[in-house]
Design a binder for this molecule. Structure first.
Ligand code: BG6
Length: 474
């Protein structure tokens, strides 16, 4: 059936971006607390100290989702709220908080979809090298098992790591996320590898516990498309996929690393010494039950032209003309498609990537269930005197991506749910509160943090109603 009756429609958030309560009820320090409080690279000085204050207002926010017809909520657990030191002693108040959130979701008929790690390591673990240190793999599995034991009777959808590649990319290539390494390929590959291993070992541990749910990993969608002028088409496509996708997707969906990735790394002098032969067993045993895709853009590549390796990233929005992309010396470079637009942060808006990636994933990896775990539009926003925002560009953008998702479902892709990023305004990494994504406005200048649904909230509410009236079960 193309349109499942049990399709999930909801919104997604991450702990650091919405919870606030950064030092309350026994929570330990996270790497983002440290970064946002102390780093000169925190461009506008914003922090997640209070953020949307979801920690205290979760009921209000979940009520708003329910009133908007949403039947699922994807959120992440703060590792440092459960294990303040990263390992060892559990914080019972952290467990209580997530129990309250999960129970309230269930009471309201909302399916919780829980991510174990969304960018924010406990600071103690970060200081020991984070995912560049193999010990973090074991620490992560310990933490995951604590969560499975505490919440696994009620949570049916788990995700190990949000966007392993993008996290590694921003922390080691762009350098805008802590610990702010720049163009460090070795550290980039090592972090993605250890995240893949942590996913595999956690998936296997979850399956061994025989709990009544399923577990996946969330990948930042990275379908590689080639500009027509590209000369070495097969090579650029292969290199692009190996760089952006394979470590995460092949390990999670096929249970192994592609040999061509190792060859590419070794031929280019990259360290692979941390990859152990025995890990192949972990990968084989740790295949996920579903794949989450955060769909924002594609990677539009062509042949490398000239110049040194360079990463292009824009955290300044309209204050910069920088277009997001990369040039990797001797490998490939990203290029511009003159027919598409970019948002003010230099990221391409390309709805067709939704259809193209879903079809490509099915063709490459088979009939794996897929959730669109994030899709949304960041923009500057001004509210009227009632706090209302007419965010038509967000509606246009999201509708065009959803249309492409429907098209892929009609073509037989096994899509099970869609999550808007984000159900309410929240902190945007490095961009703070000037870049808004929410369907509900939060006035961060008002200490009461009042919530006001935007135009997109009502659009999404009607779209969900229409799905269940006209599409579900067709
Ligand atoms: C996704 C992340 O990559 O993009 C979210 O999972 C993030 O955490 C979202 O907020 C938008 O990115 P940004 O940097 O614009 O907030």
């Amino acid at each position: 059936m193309s349109y499942p009756k049990d399709f999930l429609w909801g919104g997604a958030t991450a702990a650091y971006q919405c919870e606030g309560a950064w030092n309350e009820d026994g929570k330990g320090l996270g790497e983002w607390d440290e970064f946002s409080h102390k780093s000169p690279l925190n461009l506008n000085g914003a922090t997640g100290d209070i953020s949307s204050d979801f920690y205290h207002r979760y009921k209000e926010d979940i009520d708003m989702m329910v009133a908007g017809n949403q039947n699922t909520y994807r959120f992440s657990i703060s590792w440092a709220r459960i294990l303040p030191e990263g390992r060892g002693e559990v914080n019972p108040e952290g467990i209580d908080f997530y129990n309250r959130v999960i129970d309230y979701c269930l009471e309201k008929g909302v399916v919780p979809n829980v991510t174990l790690f969304h960018y924010d390591l406990p600071n103690t673990i970060a200081l020991q090298g984070g995912f560049a240190n193999r010990d973090t793999v074991d620490a992560f599995v310990e933490y995951a098992k604590i969560c499975f034991t505490a919440f696994g009777d009620r949570v049916r959808l788990w995700c190990t790591i949000n966007e392993p590649k993008y996290y590694a990319y921003c922390t080691n290539m762009v350098g805008n996320y802590p610990p702010n390494h720049r163009q460090d390929f070795n550290r980039f590959f090592k972090v993605v590898y250890h995240e893949a291993l942590a996913t595999a070992k956690t998936v296997a541990a979850y399956h061994e516990m025989n709990l009544p749910g399923t577990i996946g990993v969330v990948h930042d969608n990275s379908n590689v498309e080639l500009a027509p002028q590209t000369k070495e088409k097969e090579l650029i496509k292969l290199r692009g996929d190996l760089f952006y996708n394979s470590m995460t997707l092949d390990t999670a969906l096929k249970g192994c690393l592609p040999a061509s990735l190792l060859l590419m790394m070794q031929e280019n002098g990259f360290d692979t010494s941390y990859m152990k032969f025995e890990d192949s067993i972990a990968f084989a045993k740790g295949k996920v039950d579903w794949l989450g895709l955060n769909v924002y853009n594609r990677f539009y590549l062509t042949d490398y032209s000239e110049g040194e390796t360079e990463v292009f990233h824009n955290n300044l929005g309209a204050r910069s003309k920088m277009k997001e992309g990369i040039r990797i010396k001797d490998w490939f470079e990203t290029t511009d498609d003159p027919t598409t637009h970019r948002n003010l942060w230099g990221r391409e808006i390309y709805p067709q990537c939704m259809y193209n990636t879903l079809v490509e994933i099915r063709n490459t990896y088979g009939d794996i269930p897929v959730y669109i775990t994030e899709n949304g539009h960041g923009q500057y926003e001004t509210a009227d005197e009632n706090g209302y925002v007419d965010d038509q560009p967000r509606i246009d953008m999201m509708q065009s991506y959803i249309d492409q998702m429907y098209k892929a479902m009609e073509a037989g892709c096994n899509v099970r749910g869609y999550y808007a990023w984000s159900p309410m305004d929240l902190y945007s990494w490095v961009n703070g509160y000037e870049k808004r994504y929410g369907l509900v406005r939060i006035d961060f200048d008002n200490p009461d943090l009042p919530r006001t649904p935007k135009k997109s909230y009502y659009w999404f509410k009607n779209l969900i109603a229409d799905y269940f009236t006209n599409k579900a079960g067709r």
